[in-house]
Write a new protein. Structure first.
Length: 755
């Protein structure tokens, strides 16, 4: 092997070096310009792409796309870690209404624009999907940079974006079905939706049951390194499993992230995974920039401009209207709608899907990337423009209309005043769906794996089928019992039963309906492995089901499983309560009055450290109130004026959006100015006391070495192996050799005085 061959690097390493070097330089520039880093990554990709003849280019595009796929997977895994299905369920119908209206309106606008330019049917459909997807990453970063993340409307926007990301995954499945020739309103679409719901519920229920249990059992063995490897391993495993059942790896990664989000280790995992996500996410966005062809941009300049205006105007108008339909006031809705006027990562993913399926033109991807770059650049300006735009409307619209629109949310029914029937039937339906999915999954696993194994072990006999039937029924028995009996003793059920005799027959019907659904599972298991007639199978199934309902052991097993699941689901809330991190219950009451609670971390270099709340006088300066101070595992509620602020404190502050924004900005600005660390280095020097030294005849205290010169005497050299200690009352004599420690400037000042 020659020296030249040994010195060569694989193209993949060379490409990685080029990407990271260019991305590092460009992102430093964009950070200096206070622009989103995502935009910097795209520009870096454009610079290293084969389309740029005057710069070094990436050689192996296949490997870059592979790493980009990994980047998408880790991006969605991190998104899942920051996501909680419980939060979405608590939000009610408001974000669902908003996101549905936004996706429908923007998709229609995309299809209309595509048809105006004479593009193909599939180009128009995929374009509509791309325009409907605002960027969670870009908006989150913009809110962070503008100091708006603590404001009320920002939380609503993030909730809608999370729902939008979930619907984007559903949309990808739908687009794949459409690209395969299926009708958009055909049975294939319904099957796809049912498949998504089935696996989504199955993975979440099984994951929330099993994953926290596993992490709890190995908690003593896990440090930061092990936790990182374990969490990424589970992410990749779920990604692989997701592809095996027909979904994308990104979907599986998102699901595993959302499962881990319900564990007490979620925050640790999020911090550990963040650098990995940043690395591969950067490669993904760089790969997006590589697809930008300047020639295509020149040829499609008009469509790009029209699409940019469509997104800006469409989100400003239809986005604001959608949030109003969700129950927001005009001002809040406009701030939300203006914030979503861009497209980002999911638009790229949808475009990649269209290219991989070969159903969209090559021009569409770079056009969408160009539109994303322009709208990303305009995002901070659109967010800032919302309030002035509202002020203009307020000045020109009649006051009664403004007042009505600003109080639009009060016209929505109070979610706490639910009808008892609606509440009971909803809970029963959810339980029936969840337990049906678990039972169906267990039956499928038994038929696919257990039955072939037991048949191979014992041979094809009647008792082999009997063993499979009995084992399968015992496994699904807790699910079937819970399906039939759960909610039969709930408060709503008893109240409806006692209120009127007319309610009793419908209530009995709900029990009977769930009984026959459970009977269907038992019937299907027996029917698959026996040759009995339907009547006999129904009789056997009913006897089995009655035995399951009456069995005390199955009842106890069902209750234990459900309690374990609930405890796992609440583990993060329990941990928050134990450590004093749970948000106060009165927070929801404040939201209706334009004030809310926000949390702020005190920077380690803050000038507020050590000061009391009385000295800071936050109420008079910023109009906010400190309701709690979180310090480690301690929580100080309603702190008085003598309470001091310490490093790493987290404070909960009550105020309006404007007050909290000013307070957050002041908190970040009130920090100790940076200084030259090298000049503060401590050095050790030897000093010889001469006859001319002012220290002769003075004690250590009288010399002022510490008080006047800022230095410290560490010892006296007397010819021994070790330095001798210096008593504060010892008098310095000519010829003494002392060793001092101090900063260079102080030592120089001391030496000049001593000589």
């Amino acid at each position: 092997m020659t020296r030249e061959t040994m010195a060569e690097l694989p193209p993949m390493i060379q490409d990685l070096a080029l990407i990271l070097v260019v991305a590092g330089i460009v992102t430093l520039v964009f950070k200096k310009l206070k622009q989103p880093l995502v935009l910097g990554y795209i520009v870096a990709g454009f610079l290293v792409s084969p389309h740029m003849p005057y710069t070094a280019s990436v050689v192996d595009m296949a490997n870059i796309h592979l790493w980009a796929d990994i980047g998408v997977m880790f991006l969605l895994f991190s998104l899942g870690l920051d996501f909680s299905f419980k939060k979405i369920l608590k939000m009610g119908a408001s974000p669902i209404i908003s996101v549905t209206c936004i996706i429908f309106a923007m998709s229609m606008l995309g299809i209309i624009v595509g048809n105006v330019f004479g593009w193909s049917r599939m180009d128009c459909i995929f374009l509509g999907g791309m325009l409907a997807m605002s960027s969670t990453t870009i908006i989150y970063k913009a809110f962070d940079d503008l100091g708006l993340r603590q404001q009320q409307f920002a939380g609503l926007v993030m909730s809608v974006l999370i729902l939008e990301d979930i619907l984007a995954i559903v949309m990808m499945v739908m687009l794949s079905a459409i690209a395969g020739g299926s009708s958009p309103d055909g049975s294939q679409m319904l099957v796809s939706i049912a498949k998504i719901v089935f696996f989504l519920v199955l993975w979440l229920v099984v994951g929330i049951f099993a994953v926290p249990l596993f992490l709890r059992s190995v908690r003593k063995l896990i440090n930061a390194e092990v936790l990182l490897i374990v969490s990424l391993g589970m992410c990749c495993a779920m990604a692989v499993f997701s592809t095996k059942v027909g979904f994308s790896s990104a979907f599986g990664a998102f699901i595993m992230g959302s499962i881990l989000a319900e564990t007490v280790e979620a925050e640790r995992i999020e911090k550990l995974v963040d650098p990995v996500k940043n690395l591969f996410g950067a490669i993904f966005f760089v790969s997006v920039g590589m697809l930008v062809d300047p020639q295509i941009l020149a040829d499609y300049a008009l469509p790009i401009f029209v699409l940019v205006m469509t997104i800006i105007v469409g989100q400003a108008v239809f986005g604001s209207l959608s949030f109003m339909l969700g129950g927001e006031s005009l001002k809040s809705a406009m701030r939300c709608g203006f914030s979503m006027a861009q497209i980002g990562e999911f638009s790229f993913i949808i475009a990649s899907l269209g290219l991989s399926l070969g159903v969209i033109g090559d021009f569409l991807y770079p056009v969408v990337v160009a539109v994303s770059v322009i709208t990303t650049f305009l995002t901070p300006y659109m967010i800032r423009l919302a309030t002035p735009a509202y002020n203009v409307l307020e000045a020109h619209l009649p006051k009664p209309i403004i007042k009505t629109l600003n109080h639009f949310s009060t016209s929505h029914p109070n979610s706490t005043e639910k009808n008892k029937w609606k509440s009971l039937l909803t809970q029963m339906a959810v339980n029936t769906i969840v337990y049906s999915i678990l039972a169906a999954a267990a039956i499928a696993v038994m038929f696919m794996f257990f039955h072939p194994f037991i048949t191979k072990l014992l041979g094809q006999h009647w008792y082999t089928n009997a063993i499979t039937i009995v084992t399968t029924i015992l496994i699904i028995a807790p699910f079937l019992r819970a399906m039939v009996m759960k909610k039969n003793h709930s408060e709503e059920f008893r109240a409806l039963w006692e209120e009127s005799n007319r309610n009793r027959l419908p209530l009995l019907f709900t029990i009977l309906a769930r009984f026959f659904i459970a009977l269907g599972f038992v019937f299907s298991v027996c029917r698959h492995l026996t040759h009995f007639g339907p009547a006999l199978l129904v009789t056997i199934g009913m006897l089995m089901l009655v035995g399951i309902i009456l069995s005390r052991s199955i009842k106890q097993r069902s209750i234990r499983l459900e309690r374990l699941f609930i405890n796992n689901l609440r583990s993060r809330d329990i941990e928050a309560e134990v450590h004093g991190k749970k948000r106060p219950l009165y927070e929801g009451k404040l939201l209706d009055r334009d004030i809310h609670i926000a949390e702020f971390d005190i920077p380690q270099e803050s000038t507020w450290l050590g000061k009391t709340l009385k000295e800071l006088n936050l109420g008079r300066q910023y109009g906010v109130h400190v309701s709690s101070i979180l310090r480690g595992s301690q929580r100080l509620n309603i702190p008085d004026g003598d309470s001091r602020i310490y490093p790493m404190d987290r404070i909960q502050v009550i105020g309006s959006d404007q007050q909290l924004a000013v307070f957050g900005q002041a908190l970040q600005q009130q920090v100790v100015s940076e200084e030259n660390i090298e000049q503060r280095e401590m050095k050790l020097r030897q000093i010889i006391i001469t006859g001319r030294s002012p220290f002769v005849g003075k004690t250590l205290q009288e010399s002022g070495i510490r008080s006047e010169y800022g230095c410290m005497v560490v010892g006296l050299e007397e010819g021994k192996e070790n330095l001798s200690g210096v008593s504060p009352k010892r008098t310095f004599n000519e010829g003494d050799i002392i060793w001092i420690v101090g900063e260079q400037k102080d030592i120089d000042r001391l030496l000049s005085s001593a000589n």
